[in-house]
Design a protein around this ligand. Structure first.
Ligand SMILES: Cc1cc2nc3c(=O)[nH]c(=O)nc-3n(C[C@H](O)[C@H](O)[C@H](O)COP(=O)(O)OP(=O)(O)OC[C@H]3O[C@@H](n4cnc5c(N)ncnc54)[C@H](O)[C@@H]3O)c2cc1C
Length: 486
């Protein structure tokens, strides 16, 4: 979390709060499931200006602001609600931008139900304020009208390298530029944006929104160098020597795998290549991917229970438009729905779109056809045992309960690991748990002087808001470090 400042929202008296509590919530709508399945476009229907003002007018402007306390970037949410209710949309957008490097992105993909909206006091007895939709409304209003301006400090003459262009790298670059430092971002993939581009599907986050954010950074003088993997294409030491400090925001992007017979058969895919091939044009694919989309057949089975699994299910369902015939898409998860870690709302949307679920089952073998391609998956039924370290009940296989699922394409969404290679290439860099970088949690300082890190490569797979917060914290610490070198 980032420390919070006093809200600019006025205090409401009891009567004003009572009147606001009587106001009806505005409908928060998605495009119909049938319409959604026709394309990969965003599913949310935005608020109109009138709806935004009406919805924000319900906010009680609570002095303790539990919503802001649960915001990963400590946005002044009551302040923004007050400005929106007054029709000052650009003012509200500017207020978000004081604490957030990317309100247009976080508003689309933060799991608000378990963060700001989950903490809204109106949710205790009714409908919480639609805080995500309102943030999105003002950020998009600003994009459509003035665009946004950020006042950067005069150039300091210091140069900082940022390795990785995901949310952590973008946030660090944004905050370092605000402080007047020259920033160069190095990105291994053809397009910058990290998982905002190469993971999160376009129906949740339109890539144009990410591109605009990156163009804005470029316009402020940030240099972006793509297709350069630091540690492989350029030695880390060379980057270090050319800069006064380095921020490492390389994420945790190695698809987790499992020891299952037949896992290398054609027709068994990891989540990341599947999402890239489904959501992005071939020109943006990394060179490691085979050309052309995978043949989908008629039955796609996705294994996993997190957000990535749901993104795979929903992407697979959208492939029926390209296939020209209906596809069956099933998500197989080894626990029950209650233990599923992913976002409930996304699961509901997947169901509306036709996704099916099979709980308490896990794959034991991928079975080939006569041509050596995936034909079916052998699974085993599970029951729930004692809770494990995560507090969730452990799935236990039921002996002799194996069964076969015919499937043409299996997608494995089993989680992500960090890439240990960069850590190994940096002398003295302390890492743990197969490549996660050890840092001071307040500053992102690593064991190497002048080298900072943050985001998924420190925490393991997490959230965009938390990666962005880590980037901001590290940028502030880098700024303080550079001041000592004047
Ligand atoms: C499918 C999927 C869906 C998700 N959905 C959501 C969601 O809805 N909401 C949410 O809040 N979070 C979501 N997340 C999680 C979120 O995307 C991540 O927590 C976040 O992107 C982490 O940011 P990061 O900057 O640390 O890393 P990344 O976004 O992973 O960016 C790291 C970048 O570093 C680059 N890189 C790596 N090594 C090098 C190197 N040596 N040299 C140069 N570049 C390098 C990578 O290519 C990558 O572009 C999702 C994740 C996935 C996989």
């Amino acid at each position: 979390m980032i420390e919070r400042k006093e809200s600019i929202a006025p205090r409401l008296d009891k009567e004003a709060r009572r009147q606001r509590m009587a106001l009806p919530p505005q409908p928060v709508l998605e495009r119909s499931a049938a319409e959604r399945l026709r394309d990969f476009a965003e599913t949310a229907i935005p608020f109109s200006p009138e709806q935004a003002m009406a919805e924000a007018s319900r906010c009680l402007l609570c002095p303790g602001a539990p919503c802001a306390a649960h915001c990963l970037l400590s946005n002044d949410i009551p302040g923004a609600m007050w400005l929106i209710s007054q029709g000052d949309f650009l003012g509200a957008a500017a207020l978000y931008r004081q604490t957030s490097p990317m309100p247009e992105i976080c508003s689309r993909i933060c799991p608000q139900q378990s963060l700001c909206e989950g903490a809204c006091v109106l949710g205790k007895s009714g409908t919480p304020i639609a805080l995500g939709r309102l943030e999105r409304f003002v950020a998009d209003y600003e994009r459509a009208h003035d665009g946004h301006t950020v006042v950067d400090a005069p150039d300091t003459g210091f140069r900082v390298a940022v390795i990785g262009s995901g949310p952590a790298g973008i946030a660090a670059a944004d905050w370092l530029r605000r402080a007047g430092h020259a920033v160069t971002i190095y990105e291994a993939l053809p397009e910058p944006g990290g998982l905002l581009v190469y993971g999160i599907p376009t129906f949740k986050l339109d890539k144009r929104v990410v591109r605009e954010k990156l163009d804005h950074l470029r316009a402020r003088g940030v240099t972006l160098i793509c297709n350069v993997h630091v540690g492989r294409d350029v030695p880390f030491e060379a980057v270090r020597q050319q800069h006064d400090a380095v921020f490492i925001g390389t994420g945790a992007n190695v698809d987790a795998t499992a020891r299952i017979d037949g896992i290398s058969l054609p027709g068994v895919l990891q989540a990341t290549p599947f999402l890239i091939q489904a959501n992005l044009p071939p020109a943006l694919w990394p060179a490691s991917l085979p050309p052309g989309p995978p043949p989908v057949g008629r039955q796609i089975t996705v294994f996993g229970g997190g957000d990535t699994a749901m993104d795979c299910v929903r992407s697979a369902l959208r492939l029926q438009q390209r296939a020209g015939y209906p596809l069956n898409v099933t998500c197989v998860y080894r626990r029950t729905e209650e233990e599923m870690p992913g976002n409930r709302h996304d699961r509901q949307l997947a169901r509306e779109e036709g996704g099916q679920f099979l709980f308490l089952a896990a794959p034991t073998r991928f079975l080939p056809d006569q041509d050596g391609r995936l034909r079916a998956v052998e699974c085993i039924r599970m029951r729930l045992g004692e809770p494990d370290d995560s507090g969730r009940r452990r799935p236990v296989p039921i002996e002799g309960s194996e069964f076969t699922l015919e499937t043409d394409l299996a997608v494995l969404a089993l989680g992500y690991w960090a890439d240990p290679r960069l850590g190994e290439a940096i002398p003295g860099l302390q890492t743990h748990d197969n490549g996660l970088i050890t840092v001071d949690p307040e500053t992102g300082q690593t064991s190497v002087p002048g080298v900072f890190a943050g985001g998924d490569n420190v925490t393991g797979p997490d959230l965009v808001g938390r990666a962005a917060a880590a980037g901001i914290r590290a940028a502030r610490a880098i700024d303080a470090y550079l001041q000592t070198r004047r």
